[in-house]
Design a protein around this ligand. Structure first.
Ligand SMILES: [Zn+2]
Length: 371
């Protein structure tokens, strides 16, 4: 802990310096009103997660926050008015498709505003100076958001929650630097697009490549004032805990620490898990716990709050255990981590070392910490 963090009047996260970090969840009461029908991103994803959490031994130690609705003006910090209107109109004529993968029902717009608002509630809870303040919160919400750009829906996503939360924190709390770390297995192309030339948001995406949506090669690094503020770590198919943790340790943590953000947002998709049907990665429950623990440790060291957003994760059977593993990393407690879906031994994808070297080489010109 730094010296100034120890005195009265310093940053609350550091000042209260609990033995264990305090974490919790934001639960979305009406998630079933966004109903795309038979679809990977469906109403069955979350109830099992909530049920597992509520019957778990750790439930009593978690903060539980109810979401509020985001305002339209919150959405308009990241999206165009025409796009937000188009989502609302499509829902009025539902069922409707916003792109080839993204289907809305009559209640989708309202549900999405509540999901976004849940992330904003979480930002308030970790960013406000208050006595009883969690270190991190995980929003158990849907639809996901990280593929949505400023003026279009894409890949099951309507509003980009992580981006809207970053801009909200800047507007309300005057934060000048926000970091968004995206470990969803797909590239967070929408978040990248919105913040492409934005020096006030460091965006780091770890994703399988090649995979949908096809973007996110290591040479995509932002432009203009935001050049070097976009960091892409394209992991080969078959990557698991060792590769993801190596990327976190060698790229994510040093860059975020060097940037010194005032808030850390994590697009915490679970579709990199070994049993996810939409991708080919091999992250285990322990791997998710370890990633969550590492970003928690970093946020505590920086004395900042952290908000995690649900994003993708499409195996309804394994989602409850993955979310418990993530929360256990955020709160430093034990949960069952036996994972029958991860092959043993793990074989390193042949092109991983070259990929990691290429990422570091691409970013070295912007980040002296990588030299
Ligand atoms: Zn995904």
């Amino acid at each position: 802990m730094s010296d100034e963090a120890e005195g009265i009047g310093s940053i609350p996260h550091a000042y209260y310096s609990r033995e264990q970090p305090q974490t919790g969840v934001v639960l979305l009461p009406t998630q079933e009103n966004h109903d795309p029908g038979e679809h990977p991103e469906n109403v069955r994803r979350l109830p099992g997660v909530v049920q597992a959490l509520q019957s778990s031994p750790e439930w009593d130690r978690l903060f539980v926050l109810a979401p509020r609705y985001a305002r339209i003006e919150d959405a308009l910090r990241s999206h165009t008015e025409g796009f937000v209107d188009a989502i609302e109109k499509a829902c009025a004529q539902a069922p409707a498709w916003l792109d080839t993968d993204t289907r809305v029902s009559a209640g989708s717009f309202e549900t999405c505003l509540l999901a976004t608002g849940g992330v904003l509630s979480a930002v308030d809870a970790v960013a406000m100076e208050a006595y009883h303040q969690p270190d991190s919160l995980f929003t158990i919400s849907r639809p996901p958001g990280h593929h949505s750009g400023s003026d279009r829906a894409m890949g099951f996503c309507l509003l980009n929650h992580a981006s809207i939360a970053a801009r909200y924190a800047q507007e309300v709390y005057g934060f000048e630097r926000i970091a968004i770390v995206d470990w969803d297995v797909h590239h967070g192309n929408g978040t990248q697009e919105i913040h492409w030339d934005d020096p006030s948001v460091l965006f780091i995406s770890l994703h399988q490549w090649p995979l949908y949506p096809g973007t996110g090669w290591h040479d995509e690094a932002g432009a203009g004032d935001g050049e070097g503020m976009t960091v892409n770590i394209p992991l080969p198919p078959g990557s698991g805990d060792p590769e993801y943790l190596q990327a976190v340790d060698q790229v994510v943590l040093p860059l975020v620490e060097d940037y010194r953000p005032q808030l850390l947002i994590v697009s915490a998709g679970q579709d990199g898990h070994a049993a996810d049907p939409l991708a080919d990665q091999l992250i285990s429950l322990s791997g998710f716990q370890a990633m969550a623990a590492r970003v928690t440790e970093l946020a505590r060291r920086l004395g900042i709050g952290m908000v995690l957003v649900h994003e993708g994760g499409y195996n309804t059977s394994t989602l409850p255990a993955i979310d418990r593993a993530i929360l256990s990393g955020l709160g430093s407690f034990d949960v069952p981590l036996d994972d029958l879906f991860v092959p043993s031994p793990h074989l390193q994808p042949v092109d991983w070392p070259e990929r990691l070297t290429a990422v570091i080489k691409s970013q070295r010109r912007y980040w002296s910490v990588l030299r």
